[in-house]
Design a protein around this ligand. Sequence first.
Ligand SMILES: Cc1ncc(COP(=O)(O)O)c(C=O)c1O
Length: 444
Amino acid sequence: MSHQTDPPTSNERVEAQYEEYLMPIWKNLNVPIKRASGCTVEDFEGNEYLDVFSGISVTNAGHNNEAVVDAAKEQLDEFVHGCTYVHPNQPAAELGEKLAEVTPGDLQKTFFCNSGTEAVEGAIKLARKYTGSKEVLALEMSFHGRTLGSLALTGNKSYKSEMAPTINDVSHVAPPYAYRCQMCDGGPCSCACAEDVEHVIDTHTADDLAAVVVEPVMGEGGIIVPPEGWLSRVKEIAHDHGALLIVDEVQAGYGRTGELWASDHFDVVPDIMPQAKGIANGLPLGAFTASAEVADAFEAGDHLSTFGGNPVACAAALATIEELENGIIDNAREQGAWLHEQLAELEREYDVVGDARGLGLMQGIELVDPQETGRMDVAPAPDPKLAKAVGKQLREDGIVIGVGGFHKNVMRFQPPLTISRDQLERAVEALGAAIEAHREDSGA
Ligand SMILES: Cc1ncc(COP(=O)(O)O)c(C=O)c1O
């Protein structure tokens, strides 16, 4: 069919087509994208934006990273699809071997799927098969996806309304959220939130626990970094109850935090590790990796995916890991440390900046209304209105930043890990100016 009579593509046309032909999705960015390179995305009118959000933490090796694109093109010329359980393909085999090498501890065998949500659900199935138990624990304020299984784990009711019931046998425990901690009586952190896992197992479960699922740094919850010792204590409690620890590295993995895996910061080896997002720098791929002992609980046919392990996506993933290991993660560590300092400076300067936190290039600031006390008086009330205004201002200034968090008041910096100091300086300066401009007209 000829499209010769169609009007030329424009921002307006893409937006109108979305409105008319795609099911409603959250339109929070509003930057139709024509092309992208490095940390820059361009719309159909030639406007360029500095991207400090990476399509939610995906293009870690930079938009259209040449080595990744070349690897995908090379595989496209060979074949596009074979279905990994009909025709084993070499890129999937190589990627499996590579992941055994680069994942923590004894993690060795991987299952490939297409997204983060599938990776999490596959991990739950594997944990159930291995342990012979059914129940799962997840964190309040967590995010693990939106299909019915992963949605059940997601600890945020705003994603669930009117679409329940999800799977049952899921209980939620307190998140490791120091800024609004309600667990340590206002005193120094004693990791009481980790002990909550024990408490919830005792009070809510039927002693049939298959897994405890956590994000090593909570992304959608608002860039929440757990305290020292939390992750290892949670693993210990899970094991004491015969359950596995599933560490969801979908958002925090692939160099985002300045290490290949966020788990590396805490010296914890997950029992099962779901991955996606940054894995293939934008090509759709998900995975979960486990030790041989755990992985071999699956018998052939227990879990399958038609597209999972697609050779083009796997070839892109191999090139992505090589790129990340070749200096990009070092850059994430270095620029992330600098960025954190700048955000901490904003916290000192502005009383509407309640908390600056993060690891590597996964950084956020929580915007608050200093005149209002939040729930339980632990911190000033979140100010989602201010966050929205600041995000909009940055967009007008040509910068795409994330606005999110459980309370929708967190400005999220998750740029391509290739970002330069100059680009970050520009973003931080614009953020400070936007806060200065909008802090008076905000209010939760
Ligand atoms: C930690 C975490 N797990 C799972 C998911 C779901 O991934 P996907 O959107 O690829 O299904 C996300 C998405 O944001 C995530 O942040």
